[in-house]
Design a protein around this ligand. Sequence first.
Ligand SMILES: Nc1ncnc2c1ncn2[C@@H]1O[C@H](COP(=O)(O)OP(=O)(O)OP(=O)(O)O)[C@@H](O)[C@H]1O
Length: 245
Amino acid sequence: MSSAPAVLFDGVCKSFGSRVAVQDVSFQVDPGRIVALLGPNGAGKTTSLRIALGLVTPTSGRATVLGHDFASLPDAGRRVGLAMDGIGAVRGATGRRELEIWARATGVSRRRVDDVLGLVELTDAARRRVAKYSTGMKQRLALATALLADPEVLVLDEPTNGLDPEGIRWLRGLLRGFADEGRTVLISTHILSELSQHIDDVVVLDTTLRFDGTLDEFTSSGAVSVEDRYFELVSTRRPEGSHHA
Ligand SMILES: Nc1ncnc2c1ncn2[C@@H]1O[C@H](COP(=O)(O)OP(=O)(O)OP(=O)(O)O)[C@@H](O)[C@H]1O
């Protein structure tokens, strides 16, 4: 496994026309950590993740994953697992079929498809069409896709959306087991409530970097609630139209 930072942002800026989405953001995500990327709607979280994954080119600065620009990361498709909106869905396919397509694309054995279906507890639903899945089941399938190649880094956009409390608890255990093996999880979220249960480090963005440290530092060792600290750090009123659909 790589000894480089799992993810590194170095002075990253991104503007879309005159709109500044991300401004001079630098932080590092270390291996073996579960890190939450927090911020209000339109704060630049998705843009930042897309920059790290080579899907968006920064206006200036640089982001690396496992020590490389994503585009030049050897074996990137297997070393980094992604669960983001718009990635994965294959029209009309069953859960198993969708995973098989991804397995073939990344050179993963079909046996691993059964393994990840078991890991995300979708074995019994594997032959049903994804279109009929509940939101929580779709989240599990997205996670299965991300885990397929047994990656070193997992990047998950809002992974608890649609999960019930039992599902959230299950996800927590799964991610902790993953990080305990020295792998890294970067989660983008704006759900604060369950953070304290499964996060090691916190990065707060609101166009600029507002915080980067451990959860313990974030809450001043429990003296301040996650919510109170968050609202101290971000602007609560956002200009009209700052949130894209
Ligand atoms: N492709 C694009 N073209 C123009 N503007 C964009 C584009 N992508 C993002 N933006 C703008 O950049 C800013 C940051 O958006 P981004 O999606 O990164 O925020 P976010 O923190 O992920 O928000 P949310 O929590 O609502 O998903 C917003 O003002 C958004 O409107």
